[in-house]
Design a protein around this ligand. Structure first.
Ligand SMILES: C[S@@+](CC[C@H](N)C(=O)[O-])C[C@H]1O[C@@H](n2cnc3c(N)ncnc32)[C@H](O)[C@@H]1O
Length: 271
């Protein structure tokens, strides 16, 4: 297994925060019994499975570009004895659905991964019925903080400055740093969404530094094709410099670092 399915499975168990995020997205979508709900980028079905509980004999259409992720979802739904899901392989940029066929569309952590966000926004407008509801939650990574920006690298002098400079260079072109709440709201308004409500919240991310958690964080990926911090450091620095950076982090063992993790919740109605 590779790609998104492997990445999603590697993230492990759904935690309480993810469940709360999903509930909030579904609540804002005001789902009703009998609705046809579209979950774009359904992954392993966090929204799909929870939406089913709200729509009685309605349907959830789970669209994902990853066949592997849909296969895993099918397997999970089978285990949970969950009926009422349609599985469609497709891209958010070209949804495999007719015009005005959907009552509510929900997304969680998907637009951040889509290449052409405007195309995806246009497709959501096309497939939603008049008065159809949209609700999404996306990470606003560009306002977040990371190892390179939340840790004090000054004790490493010039090497520390290069860590920060390397991050700034990477972040300027990293696709996962593109999303902007205001730009997204304008994009939805421009294709016919009204009653737009958006709020940005930061649940934060408290990181207790330990030997193991340093390695885990250095090797974490934001998506299947996204480089890890260790890979970026190894490409930019000499091996003894990478060792010095890792030692610096591990030397902070026992302390807690809080990362900013702003999240956008946006809901709207199709005019
Ligand atoms: C971070 S996961 C989120 C999964 C799920 N929405 C959740 O909340 O757990 C992103 C999902 O979006 C899918 N995806 C990424 N780009 C996509 C695209 N252009 N069109 C459709 N799905 C896409 C991936 O295959 C993956 O399943």
């Amino acid at each position: 297994m590779s790609g998104w399915a492997a990445w999603l499975l590697a993230q492990g168990q759904v935690d309480a925060q993810m469940v709360a995020e999903a509930e909030r997205v579904l609540e804002a979508a005001a789902l009703r019994p009998g609705d046809t709900v579209l979950d774009v980028g359904s992954g392993l079905g966090l929204l799909t499975l929870a939406a089913l509980e709200r729509i009685g004999d309605g349907w959830v259409i789970a669209v994902d570009s990853s066949v592997g992720a849909l296969e895993e979802l099918l397997h999970l739904a089978h285990e949970a004895n969950a009926n009422g899901i349609m599985y469609l392989v497709g891209d958010a940029e070209v949804l495999p659905l007719p015009d005005a066929s959907i009552d509510a569309a929900v997304l969680r952590s998907v637009l951040v991964h889509v290449r052409d966000i405007d195309a995806a926004v246009g497709e959501l407008a096309r497939v939603l019925r008049p008065d159809g509801r949209l609700s999404l939650r996306e990470p606003l990574n560009r306002s977040g903080t990371y190892l390179s920006t939340a840790v004090d690298w000054a004790p490493l002098g010039g090497l520390g400055e290069r860590v920060v400079a390397l991050w700034e260079e990477f972040a300027a072109t990293d696709p996962l740093q593109r999303l902007d709440a205001d730009v997204l709201a304008v994009a939805f308004a421009s294709v016919g969404f009204v009653a737009l409500e958006s709020s940005v919240e930061d649940p934060g991310d408290e990181w207790l530094v330990t030997e193991e958690s340093v390695d885990a964080r250095l090797d974490a990926r934001g998506g299947p094709d996204h480089p890890t911090v260790r890979e970026r450091w190894q490409a930019a620095f000499a091996p003894d410099e990478v060792d010095a950076l890792v030692r610096h982090l591990k030397g902070l063992g026992g302390t807690t670092i809080t990362f900013r993790r702003p999240q956008l919740y946006l809901s709207a109605r199709r005019a």
